[in-house]
Design a protein around this ligand. Structure first.
Ligand SMILES: [Zn+2]
Length: 259
């Protein structure tokens, strides 16, 4: 694998715009369960209760939603960034990161030290809560505290509107600004690195193809084969943390050689 690692490192150093695309596989190594796996929360709850339309229309769905969302939030709150998150943060520090497009809602890129402006959260974030009426933003932990004290479907202090974690639910539209910017950045980059995503969830899954079409090199680092392996310039099947730690080390060696 050393040869592949060195190749990726060379490409990173030579690239003008590096876009990293992060999926759930990046965060499982931080102990965050993949919710779609057997035994995950979807096995115990009925996803239909969590359609956005149901959240809007009835109190019972809202209470069920908040209970499930709390169950998902607790491990995220405790989770710490792993070697892959830290390597991506370091890429920003050495000036080799255009942005991270992430499907994760756990806030671990922030915790790892990437700056807010570099992170595009396609599915929103579980670290904040938004009022669906006036769009006021709350810190998640404050609202969870209210939930623990008995507000089973909390409402906005200012306007009485419905509060919902700032993640994108089934039936809720993708965040327009982030999605547009993600496509724009994908089309302008010259190196697109996928880490820990099987690339099946749309529209995110089409971004590697957009990058390719505009001439970027495509690297995929994932434990299992993905839907885009065939179009990739390089595929590494491995654990995100150890692969990225090695890539970073190699990037630093190349940078040191050239200075
Ligand atoms: Zn409000």
């Amino acid at each position: 694998m050393t040869k592949e690692i060195e190749k990726v490192a060379q490409w990173i150093v030579n690239a003008k715009r590096v876009v990293v695309f992060a999926g759930a596989g990046l965060s499982t190594e931080s102990g965050i369960p993949d919710f779609r796996s057997p035994g995950g929360v979807w096995d115990r709850y009925n996803p239909e209760d969590f359609y956005f339309q149901n959240f809007i229309s009835n109190e019972t769905s809202r209470e069920k939603y908040w209970q499930m969302a709390t169950e998902m939030y607790e491990p995220m709150k405790k989770a710490q960034p792993n070697l892959a998150h830290l390597a991506i943060a370091e890429l920003e520090r050495v000036g080799k990161l255009d942005c991270i497009i992430t499907q994760n809602v756990d806030g671990l890129h922030h915790k790892a030290g990437n700056s807010e402006k570099k992170i595009l959260e396609l599915h929103g974030t579980a670290m904040h809560v938004t009022c669906l009426s006036c769009h006021k933003r709350y810190d998640r932990e404050n609202i969870q505290e209210r939930w623990r004290k008995g507000e089973k479907a909390p409402r906005c202090n200012d306007c009485g509107g419905l509060l919902k974690p700032a993640t994108i639910s089934f039936g809720q539209s993708m965040p327009e600004t982030e999605t547009e910017e993600a496509y724009e950045r994908s089309s302008r980059c010259d190196l697109f690195i996928v880490i820990g995503s099987s690339l099946v969830v749309q529209p995110a899954a089409s971004m590697p193809a957009v990058a390719k079409r505009h001439g970027a090199k495509l690297v995929i680092i994932n434990r299992d084969p993905t839907a885009c392996d065939e179009m990739a310039d390089l595929v590494i099947h491995g654990q995100a943390g150890s692969v990225m730690a090695n890539v970073l080390e190699s990037v630093k060696a190349v940078l040191a050689d050239r200075s």
